[in-house]
Design a protein around this ligand. Structure first.
Ligand code: 5GP
Length: 205
């Protein structure tokens, strides 16, 4: 059968839920590719331009908005983040699944732009557990932890817009469930069913 187009997967969830780890594990699988976002945030130690993000100035970011280069873009905390459109589309055309690690505002924009995208939400087992994880990181002062918890609840309130949710009680189980979702989505009968039927019809000619 001819090569199918890839599928677009959005992975969202409050910070501290382990969504970065889930994405990193999915990217070890052949056929899945990560979309590197553009951001105005400063690189953290160890981050490399073009690997974790394309780090740009606000001027550069705004020029990309003007040029219509983003599939979606949003302000998250104090910085701007955006998904470069061309890279996503060309990878999908080449048959790769593309994984976006983006916030909920971005996820909702992707839903509008590409209704066929699959939206997955990663949830913490509870807000108490999320607080424990955020405090455990030791990088956030107490005020910031409270702010993140408030933001987490606001994101969770939008879960109805998503297709799937994964409660991250155990990272291995969470990754296994994400893999199952991707596998099931790949096996879904497409809405445009004609090309699929034609593949079989061709054999009878
Ligand atoms: P961080 O700065 O910690 O890497 O990411 C902060 C938040 O921004 C995370 O929730 C991450 O998912 C989100 N994010 C990263 N890239 C994008 C993007 O291109 N678009 C949107 N909307 N959110 C993003």
């Amino acid at each position: 059968m001819s090569r199918k187009k890839g599928r677009l997967f959005v992975i969202s969830g409050p910070s501290g839920t382990g969504k970065g780890t889930v994405c990193a594990e999915l990217l070890k699988d052949i056929g899945n590719e990560f979309s590197v976002s553009m951001t105005t945030r400063a690189p953290r130690e160890g981050e490399v331009h073009g690997r974790e993000y394309f780090f740009v100035t606000r001027e550069e970011f705004n020029a990309n908005i003007e040029a219509g280069n983003f599939l979606e873009h949003a302000q998250v905390f104090d910085n701007l983040y955006g998904t470069p459109k061309d890279m996503v589309l060309s990878r999908l055309d080449r048959g790769y699944n593309v994984i976006l690690d983006i916030d909920v505002q971005g996820g909702l924009q992707v839903r509008k732009a590409m209704p066929e995208a699959v939206l997955i939400f990663i949830l913490p087992p509870s807000l108490t557990e999320l607080r424990r994880r955020l405090e455990g990181r030791g990088t956030e002062d107490p005020e910031k932890v409270e702010k993140r918890l408030g933001e987490a609840l606001n994101e969770i309130r939008l879960i109805g817009e998503y297709d799937y949710y994964i409660v991250n009680n155990d990272i291995d189980e969470a990754v296994a469930l994400a893999r199952s979702i991707i596998a099931a989505e790949k096996a879904k009968v497409p809405e445009a069913v004609r090309p699929l039927i034609r593949e079989y019809e061709k054999e009878t000619n």
